[in-house]
Design a protein around this ligand. Structure first.
Ligand code: CP
Length: 319
């Protein structure tokens, strides 16, 4: 069992929230407090390997109504590494299939005296609705195309670790911006911490409306590439598209896949990121995804640290 460092002996003074629902409503100070807490957990636990007992006696439930590998597993591990119990809710074998509503399902689980509900759902606002109707802590693990706050945070933690600071960097989010909750959480978080954000992709997936969020809109990756410090390559979300937004996957890859030729025209120290899962050969070629500039698996480890921080922060605020 690792020893608790001084940074984790009390909550950061800015942190007052019992839910983590989005990055839009968080201040730069709150975002920085989560990142600092995640870094403290990472440092205190030998890169998130070791256990602490800071949440012993607490119970966290993963209520995932959409599929997940990274987010679900890391929330489960984060709870266990902090000494909490973690329960997995299986949507397909639950009473949702008999017509029970999401709120009735969540209230039923809450009545079993749990402390935190971690919710992923295809409907934007699902986690917000649960937070309004429940007494337990609620963490949004992705609500449709709206937000994925812990993904935005783990992306920022990864950038901070590799660049020292986020302010002043140019970060491009490339790909399926229209359907991406990761894009929205990255935009809110990165802008608040002072980065210049570019959203880049075909006009069918990146409309001019994004400029209202204070980001630069681009349709030509080759034009913006030399200016970028970080590329976050977002998956084409075929499952959320009713019509194909480009003529063929081959054509998309030709214009937007990060490949060896494009790496030669990028900054020498460019960071290649992807929230995952990746469509190899579509958003990024395997040699780049697995190459020396890629921090994709660092993002995964940082996901564990961020989820440890999120669980610890919301559980320690008194109602
Ligand atoms: N990035 C992400 O949310 O991955 P999962 O869908 O596997 O959780």
């Amino acid at each position: 069992m690792s020893k608790l460092p001084p940074a984790l002996e009390q909550l950061p003074s800015v942190w007052k929230r019992r839910h983590l629902l989005d990055l839009e409503s968080l201040s730069a100070e709150e975002i920085t407090a989560i990142l600092d807490t995640a870094q403290a957990f990472k440092d205190a636990t030998n890169d998130c390997r070791d256990k602490l007992s800071v949440l012993s006696g607490k119970t966290s439930v993963n209520l995932f109504i959409e599929n997940s590998t990274r987010t679900r597993t890391s929330f489960a591990l984060a709870a266990r590494r902090l000494g909490a119990d973690n329960i997995e809710f299986s949507a397909s074998s639950s009473s949702l299939s008999k017509g029970e509503t999401l709120i009735d399902t969540a209230k039923t689980i809450e009545a079993m005296q749990i402390d935190t509900l971690v919710c992923r759902h295809s409907a934007p606002g699902a986690a917000q609705m649960l937070a309004k109707n429940l007494d337990c802590c609620v963490i949004n693990a992705g609500d449709g195309p709206h937000e994925h706050p812990t993904q935005g945070l783990l992306d920022m933690l990864t950038i901070r670790q590799h660049r020292g600071n986020i302010a002043g960097l140019t970060v491009a989010l490339v790909g399926d911006i229209a359907h991406s909750r990761t894009a929205r959480s990255n935009i809110w978080g990165l802008k608040k911490l002072g980065a210049h954000v570019i959203v880049c992709g075909p006009s069918t997936l990146v409309s001019r409306q994004w400029e209202a969020l204070g980001v630069e809109v681009a349709h030509n990756l080759d034009d913006i590439l030399p200016r970028c410090d970080v590329l976050n390559l977002l998956r084409i979300q075929f499952e959320r598209q009713y019509t194909r937004p480009f003529p063929s996957i081959r054509e998309y890859a030709l214009l937007y896949a990060m490949n060896r030729q494009r790496m030669e025209r990028a900054k020498e120290d460019i960071l290649i990121m992807a929230p995952g899962p990746i469509n190899r050969g579509v958003e990024v070629t395997p040699d780049v995804a697995d190459g020396s500039h890629s921090v994709i698996l660092h993002q995964v480890t940082n996901g564990l640290a961020v989820r440890m921080a999120a669980l610890w922060l919301v559980n320690n605020v008194t109602a």
